[in-house]
Design a protein around this ligand. Structure first.
Ligand code: SAH
Length: 520
């Protein structure tokens, strides 16, 4: 057997990221390459190994982005390129339910590439379930049939469906990819004797925050699609079970349902607010715009002997310091006998993880408080100011040095704008409803990163001097506090500002804004 990578044909489920299987997630987390489709949600793409090569072969409804035959070849090619690698082929729903997964598998067999299939939750069953419609129900439907509304006969270009038999079928009929042809399908079914009053539902973007159910009957199907502007991806379900959806529709419209919000924060801090916005129904695109990096090799460890006290002002500072301490070949014994100060409880707790207890923590947990506390100890001769070492980030302000001018500052980590965003994330950001800014630096970094991306991706835009903001569908931003608002306005965002400078207040404001009806 040739030395090829292993391909996994993975079903991503219908949209809700929680419906991805555990096995699917495990593979994505360590994949070297992820070849994904249009219907895969950004949240699932966000679970993939950040180092993976992300390949978008998504198909738009009207034109095929990458032809199926090319996708098949691409998978073989990646298996060859990554001999020990894991190649994830991520497809909407289940890979073998109208997903053309079978064709891909055949090509892999031909090329001698080994593969696994990781089934997914198919939209055919789960999307009706999210609309409160059981596909089978005792006394109503004893079978269900999943049909493509898309497959054309090679001979005459007509839908290659056996309408005679479908019309006779007593079970539930579920059509995938059928919206464009539904008027025709409904008419043919009625011509073949199916009851025009058969209840029917269109479920659009099922299991996502944008899910919508539209009820009709067989005879009103065509006109309903036009009137209600039903668009793909949508499922059409026909039969008596549809009536149950009127009683069983369980999915509540949450305050932020259908809203796509970009949350820009440093990677580690983003999840708090994201989780809350998600719980309120929003689709959250997390874009870490800033990242912290250890500043390497900028310290002479022999000099550590010149200090009696080490002061930490952030958990980043603690982590960076100890990372470098260990990398230098030293260990915590070099800190023996030294006093340790922390700006507050969180940093203190982080130090404890490294086996270090703090000697000094100010009561008010601020830089100001720490500066005052240490300055007092110096005045009382408990400490020698010139033997104090401050371990801080490059953006730390001068507060501590102001109180302790003779102390030494060592920049242990830097905060930098992230170098790049993956393409799928950029697309998601550009068509978001709003951006949530939790700090001035988040605004500045967002603008800087976005500019870089625009430059990279189409130099034409810059040549024409179009402002970067015009590439976004929405210019709306939610800002925490006045400073952040001013920064966002400077760059052309429309702003809504929280009443107080807290995350609680910001989340409250976002909900208020959308429940009052959109103004933007
Ligand atoms: N393999 C997929 C189906 C691929 S065909 C599966 O098992 O679900 C694509 C069709 O699936 C779409 O045209 C639409 O009819 C249906 N579909 C997929 N996701 C959907 C969703 N979230 N809501 C409604 N229909 C969906």
């Amino acid at each position: 057997m040739a030395n090829f990578g292993h391909v996994y044909l993975i079903g991503a489920g219908p949209g809700d990221p929680g419906l991805l299987t555990i096995r699917g997630k495990e593979i994505l987390e360590c994949a070297d390459v992820v070849v994904y489709d249009r219907l895969v949600s950004p949240a699932i793409l966000g679970m993939c190994n950040p180092k993976a090569k992300m390949v978008d072969v998504g198909k738009m409804p009207t034109h095929h982005k990458v032809k199926q035959s090319e996708i098949n070849k691409l998978l073989v090619q990646f298996a060859q390129e990554y001999p020990q690698g894991i190649i994830a082929r991520l497809k909407g729903g289940d890979p073998f339910v109208f997903g053309r997964g079978g064709e891909e598998a055949l090509e892999l067999v031909d090329a001698g590439v080994e593969f696994d299939v990781v089934p997914g939750i198919t939209s055919a069953i789960s999307v009706p379930a999210y609309a409160g419609i059981p596909v089978s129900h005792r006394g109503i439907a004893t079978s269900f049939h999943i049909i493509t509304g898309h497959e054309k006969a090679e001979s005459n270009g007509e839908l290659s469906l056996d309408f005679e038999n479908l019309a006779k079928c007593q079970g539930t009929l579920i059509f995938l990819m059928g919206i464009a042809n539904m008027d025709f399908i409904a008419r043919r079914l009625m011509e073949c004797g199916k009851d025009p009053k058969t209840p029917l539902a269109f479920i659009e973007k099922g299991t996502t925050p944008y899910q919508r159910t539209v009820m009709a009957t067989l005879e009103t199907a065509g006109e309903t699609i036009v009137r209600e502007k039903v668009t793909a991806p949508a499922i059409t379900i026909m039969g008596g079970v549809v009536e149950l959806g009127k009683t069983l529709a369980w999915k509540k419209n949450l305050p932020l349902s259908g809203k796509r919000l970009v949350v820009t924060r440093a990677a580690k801090q983003a999840s708090g607010i994201s989780a809350r916005l998600t719980a309120l129904g929003a689709e959250v695109i997390e874009t870490p715009m800033i990242e912290t990096r250890v500043v390497e090799g900028s310290f002479n460890w022999d000099n550590l002997a010149n200090f009696d006290l080490l002061a930490f002002t952030s958990t980043n500072g603690v982590e960076s310091f100890f990372t470098q301490l260990l990398a230098s070949g030293n260990d915590i014994r070099v800190l023996a006998g030294k006093k340790i100060a922390s700006v507050g409880k969180i940093t203190e707790k982080k130090l404890l993880e490294y086996g270090i207890r703090c000697d000094y923590v100010p009561e008010d947990h601020t830089g100001e408080g720490l500066g005052k506390l240490l300055a007092e100890k110096c005045s009382a001769s408990e400490l020698d100011e010139s033997r104090i070492l401050l371990l801080q980030g490059n953006l730390a302000d001068e507060t501590l040095l102001k109180h302790l001018p003779k102390a030494t500052r060592w920049v242990v980590y830097e905060t930098l704008p992230v170098a790049e965003l993956p393409e799928w994330k950029r697309e998601a950001v550009e068509c978001a409803d709003a951006v949530v800014f939790a700090s001035t630096s988040a605004v500045e970094n967002f603008v800087q990163v976005s500019r870089l991306l625009i430059e990279d991706n189409s130099t034409k835009v810059l040549k024409h001097q179009v402002s970067f903001i015009s590439s976004f569908v929405s210019r709306l931003s939610f800002c925490i506090g006045r400073m952040t608002e001013a920064a966002a306005q400077k760059h052309g965002f429309e702003t809504v500002i929280s009443d107080e400078t807290t995350m609680d207040s910001l989340v409250k404001k976002i909900v208020e804004y959308y429940s009052a009806g959109e103004r933007a």
